[in-house]
Design a protein. Sequence first.
Length: 536
Amino acid sequence: MHNNNKTLVDIFDHSSQRFAGNPAYSALGHTITFGELDLMARNFAAYLESLPELDPGDRIAIQLPNLLQYPVVAFGALRAGLVVVNTNPLYTKREVEHQLRDSGAKALVVLENFAATAQAVLAETDVKHVITTQVADLHPQPRRWLMNTALKYLKGAVPAWNIPTAVALPEALRIGVGKALLHPKISADDLAVLQYTGGTTGVAKGAMLTHFNLVSNMGQLIEHTPAVFRERSHVIVAPLPLYHIYAFNMQLLCALATGNHTVLIPNPRDISTIVKAFRDYRVTGIIGLNTLYNSLLMDEDFRELDFSSLEFTSAGGMACSLDTAARWQELTGQEIMEGYGLTETSPVVSANPMGAIRVGTVGLPVPDTEIKIVDEDGAEVPPGKSGELCVRGPQVMQGYWQRPDDTAEVLDDEGWLKTGDMALLDDGYIRIVDRKKDMICVSGFNVYPNEIEDVASMHPLVVECAAIGIRDDRSGEAVKLVVVASDPKLSEDELRSFCREGLTGYKIPKQIVFRSELPKSNVGKILRRELREQET
């Protein structure tokens, strides 16, 4: 897999031919093979190439949930030499406008359910071509008509929209059928994806990921976790959205390159569709994050499933709590393989290898990846001491799109990326102690929210929680814990005394408040930033 000259298009072409008759993706009860995916992506590429004012190197925004259309559109766009801009379908008008304008996207593919939002901002952007799609567009008739009609008219899931120049995806594919493919020259150093960071630190920035970055990281992952990506042997449930770089790499690249079958879950909050996927397919793997596993563990139907075919569970995107990991293993028999990465690293930096999992760590660096842990002055610290984690490797981005100053802040001349995460090395394994900015300083002592959350979430009545720092006249900062409890009987005093058993004095939450829910990003990551903002 470590071929420095390969592009994502080369990988796709190779897999399409090798695994042509094998199932590639399933969604909402319909499956397409690698051969069918290849043909549709070819037709979409030919359609894109026929459009005026759309040339190789131009950006195309893809605003779709996990539907069969996603791989068709993404690989079609890449074949036409375009740069994919992954755009969250749940974005507000402000967020969509920022991303379309910042990326300079010339084309947009959007699910009709979200077209009204796009319509409101198109005039402020460079978008010249809009392709719309309905949920079941790639399903056979009459199912396609029934599902699309039901969503539109019975469920009212599609707000009214009007983009006069928009072309429906089935029509675009039909137009592409008779057109020759131009096969633009694409090199490994060309930009493949503009992946916008979650915007948890102000304005969202586009990480520039080349074909080389993404193919390298795909190869690193396959080499590092060979059991997870054995050829043609897995059915992997994909609840994490493909517009998220973690799922994009794992499901769109690694699973595809190894001929494995991916079951796409359009709405990860709809636990019943995940349960149905386990019932309908012989699921061998699932890729998710802590909040999802927590929700699944609390679902009665999920707890009654047969997990005998499950071979691996992968977690990333946020810290996996020790309590969740223990309960998951007890229920499914599988240890959670936690990994770590960032948008800026395509995304995987490290992962726990199967058979050598160390719970509480994010594993070992993937092949060809250098790491160092540095203090405030940039000097390396000895193993066991925490500092900022820095990464160098073929998966590190080229920089932030049109933001040289922001790039210079995180990427030095030698290719080292400052992650902004505090970590320590434990026998070669990386242990993330926290985000630099999330650290709480109590009377000069560093307190890491992850540790407090880990302890508090072990209380049987705590569903989930988040720790933040609040101003305190005596100690500078104090710990505040925001808790979602399964029983209103849980009191502040009871939880505080429970925390005392596992935490030293200055780490005990000074304030504990109970809420019905915690603020989360669209992919389910708990947003401590929002909780902090509510304090000011």
